[in-house]
Design a protein around this ligand. Sequence first.
Ligand code: NDP
Length: 469
Amino acid sequence: MAQPDHTDFPDHTDFPDHTDFPGHTDFNAFMAGVLRRNPNQPEFVQAVREVAEDVCGFLADQPAYHHQQVLLRLTEPDRIVSFRVCWEDDVGAIHVQRGWRVQNNNAIGPYKGGLRFHPSVTESVLKFLAFEQTFKNALTGLPLGGAKGGANFDPKGKSDREVMRFCQSFMTELHRHIGADIDVPAGDIGVGAREIGYLFGQYKRITNQFTGVLTGKGLEWGGSLIRTEATGYGLVYFLCHMLATRGEDLKGKRVLISGAGNVALHAAQKAVALGAKVLTLSDSGGFIHDPDGFDQEKIDWVKDLKETRRGRIAAYCAAFPRASFHAGQRPWGVPGDIALPCATQNELTGEDARTLVANGCIAVAEGANMPTDADGVHVFKSARLLYAPGKAANAGGVAVSGLEMSQNSERRAWTEDVLQQDLQGIMATIHHACQTYGDQGGGYVDYVKGANIAGFKKVADAMLAFGVV
Ligand code: NDP
């Protein structure tokens, strides 16, 4: 068989002989190519590796996917838009930031994924998030492609007017690349209700269109009930399904949560409502440990601190003196039954994972995206504890974003009951898909494998239908 012309994509030599399809199943060769094509992008390579570890095995007897180089195509984003974002601060100084939108794959629906404003944002971080989002969105069963965007802008310490000017400048460029049937961004780290409002206002001003171009909107202007709560609530619904496979529930369980943002606080709220004792929360300054547990009143206090007063989590200890603050540390050393990492990527290392296992932790469900590093993932898998990756466990947020898009399309607002039922149904369906593809026998479900294969298969089948595009 004639060899393909490699001159335009030399790394394609990872797949030199297409006649017996060795390429995709040769995990090491495949990853060597990914590494070579994406130098200095460790987060992206880490995310691809985690998926390829499972998918390469699955592909072994699936020649259709080999022929069409589906995995290789999935690791090259459809496009990456990078742009300058200039803004003026309150004293008249000019700042220049970099903005991106990574549109990874739209095989099953318009691109969809959040915007992150944080100084740690790089092209690598957004490529990993867009890649993950592609599988996560497929798992929801909704017609949503995968994307992610953001900027290396830090909203912390900025005035509302500064954040507004930044958002307006960001959207002035981004609006060319998005649309209700093209690409629908939402919030993520550093992009909450305030930022979505400024972004939507600018989109509307520039285009003179009121469309569902963003999700996470305010209820008065096209937003959906329970969108704010959906990621955290969905995470806990997923956790309950996991626990049920071992005849357990949340009542009386000690839960360690990292983060004090949207996902962390709503996960805490739902876990407490279902009888758990939440012991920790954190921010980038450190973690707080409240041995009495957080009740709804304390969670509301933290919400007000973070969302209205925009304060630091350390302030909690002045208001609740029995709690302690641990500067610069993460909560994984506190003895607990369940860990819910809900802050950011790689916040739970192999060492943390070993500590959790040694302390008798029975379940870990990721509210954040890729919060467990590669070593940590292998520790959890070897210990055969209940461990769910973000792409499955935190999909509730994008699921309700998908439902927000449906409501915008029909210009109707659905009731909370309907949305709650849909969210619970979607989380149950994702759990079932993970069981279907991740069942290892003996009562052990490899949720990472299950999520990777179920998500891959859906996107891959759509890609096969479209031919080579
Ligand atoms: P928020 O901005 O609301 O909160 C983020 C929280 O994480 C804050 O407490 C923040 O602390 C902390 N944090 C951020 N970066 C770091 C860091 N480098 N080290 C330690 N702590 C950090 O974001 P969300 O709650 O929306 O997002 C949290 C995670 O959940 C992210 O991984 C996101 O991708 C994921 N996710 C979010 C969804 C959503 O619907 N919002 C949906 C699915 C996943 P500080 O204030 O000090 O920065």
